[in-house]
Design a protein around this ligand. Sequence first.
Ligand code: UDP
Ligand code: MG
Length: 314
Amino acid sequence: MKRLTVIIPCFNEEEALPIYYQEMSKVMAEMQELETELLFVDDGSTDRTLRVMKDLHILDARCKYLSFSRNFGKEAAIYAGLRNATGDYVAVMDVDLQDPPHMLPQMYKILEQEGYDSVATKRSTRTGEPRIRSFLSESFYKFINKISKTEIVNGARDYRLIKRNMVDAVLNMSEYNRFSKGIFEWVGFRTKWLEFENVERSTGTTKWSLKKLFFYSMEGITGFSVAPLSLASIMGVVFCLLSFIIIGFIVLRTLIWGDPVSGWPSLVCIVFFVGGIQLLCTGIVGQYLSKTYLETKHRPIYILKESSEGEREK
Ligand code: UDP
Ligand code: MG
């Protein structure tokens, strides 16, 4: 019998967990042909999330859990899940039912019958999301797809079902700065995209603040494009050319009209402008440098505090 592991990252989700388990039990009953395990990853929750996971584990041996020593972020939780998954098929799913569990049998069918290695999902609408958030997300996707060779699909969820060969490929990318939406594209393989309408959270609130999302988007940009680095050189060339033209203009103007002192305001503007551009470029270089710095330290992506299994050695 083939095995399926469902990875469920949870951060302060004590209320959502029982609801999720209920929904998922129905789906598991539907997929009798698979031996399913639910691998909950407690991402350093401060509420009773771990307690609820332990209760579920006692209630149903198919429920397993990993617990981090602190909050390492959803990306780390996904990675830990992939490392500890034993299934021939692995799914990643949110606990808040925004990734509809009832799609799973259909996704499995596609993998089995149509020869894909992965079935991914994206939202067709963003209803229920604040306007400003949708706008910023849309802009981010437009920008990153302009500058990155790896396609980052607009509206893509982390909800996917993948085969073991792809899991192993993703595990080979043990980078510290993780951006799953890029990593799953980067490894290649054949992916089918399913669309579904945005679903509101079952309970609780989103764990992503605008600030967290901003830094996450920086992760995506620095992780999958070096174009911003070339920006500095391009701007350097443009500004050199511009300065030659301006110098020529000033020399000519002085020769023809003679106008030695006026021009203080324009001078100040230029000083500020060029200063700003220089700081921007240094900042871009700094972003990449800081990522490189973190990468060279080879710190673990997550630290396990306890689990129902003991960590599987890779
Ligand atoms: N999550 C996590 N660690 C975090 C933040 C979120 O494991 O630091 C989990 C969270 O419990 C949920 C999933 O990631 O299962 C998606 O989070 P959320 O629903 O808050 O994000 P949204 O759906 O609003 O993008
Ligand atoms: Mg959610």
